[in-house]
Design a protein around this ligand. Structure first.
Ligand SMILES: C[S@@+](CC[C@H](N)C(=O)[O-])C[C@H]1O[C@@H](n2cnc3c(N)ncnc32)[C@H](O)[C@@H]1O
Ligand SMILES: Nc1nc2[nH]cc(C(=O)O)c2c(=O)[nH]1
Ligand code: SF4
Ligand SMILES: [Mg+2]
Length: 193
């Protein structure tokens, strides 16, 4: 759908320069999705793997983030192999609704209530990033945290349109439950992609 060099705004790598590749297509249907224009894959041109890797490498950063849309709807083996071959780190942002393909240096798993994750993602997640939309999401977050590896980092991220209401709840929750961390979408404050 699009590719751009920016600053990772969320989660463990927040603040790091990263080249983003946003793949078209998603069938999860989150009501608050901030890239609904990504959902219909047929609306977006296809780009050859070699061309995409050249563009990412030319940007000069070390990290490439594959996002979408829902990247696990695609076979990611050729793209991730070519990126690593070019000396780039492969990171993914995924809801984990289908089995993950490809080779990864970092897996950010952001599960959704709108469609259950595939069981295979839990042992692969390096970070669990829960978007908090209402109070009941804290209990749901704990349920999911019980299924990831002990080394998996845990983040609570306010849903953007409800941030004023939800962020104070997240702050209190993290102070009381310090195995969680706050994640904000800082690119939206910096007015960058
Ligand atoms: C647009 S999604 C694309 C990747 C994948 N489909 C997923 O949901 O993880 C990228 C990240 O943005 C988060 N996100 C999407 N809409 C959001 C919103 N309105 N507020 C906060 N985070 C949001 C998702 O949870 C995910 O972690
Ligand atoms: N700067 C920036 N950081 C991000 N982290 C995750 C994003 C995504 O949409 O996957 C995203 C994004 O769209 N922009
Ligand atoms: S899974 Fe990701 S891309 Fe798909 S609707 Fe939800 S937030 Fe948007
Ligand atoms: Mg985004």
């Amino acid at each position: 759908m699009e590719d751009f060099y920016t600053i990772q705004g969320e989660g463990h790598y927040q603040g790091h320069a990263a080249y983003f590749i946003r793949l078209g297509g998603c069938d999860v249907g989150c009501v608050w999705c901030d890239v609904k224009e990504s959902w219909d894959a047929s609306q977006h041109p296809s780009v050859a793997v070699t061309e995409m890797v050249d563009r990412a490498a030319a940007a000069g950063g070390k990290i490439v983030v594959i996002t979408g849309g829902e990247p696990v709807m695609h076979d990611l083996a050729p793209l991730t192999a070519a990126l690593q071959e070019a000396g780039l780190r492969t990171h993914i942002e995924t809801s984990g609704v289908y089995p993950l393909t490809g080779i990864w240096n970092w897996v950010c798993f952001s599960p959704k209530k709108f469609k259950n994750p595939h069981e295979s993602i839990f042992e692969k997640a390096d970070e669990l990033k829960i978007v908090v939309y209402n109070k009941s999401d804290f209990a749901w977050a704990e349920e999911l945290a019980g299924k990831v590896r002990p080394s998996c980092q845990l983040f609570l991220q306010p849903e953007w349109s409800k941030e004023k209401e939800i962020l104070p709840l997240i702050i209190d929750y993290v102070k009381a439950n310090p195995h969680w961390q706050v994640s904000l979408q800082v690119h939206k404050y910096m007015n960058i992609p």
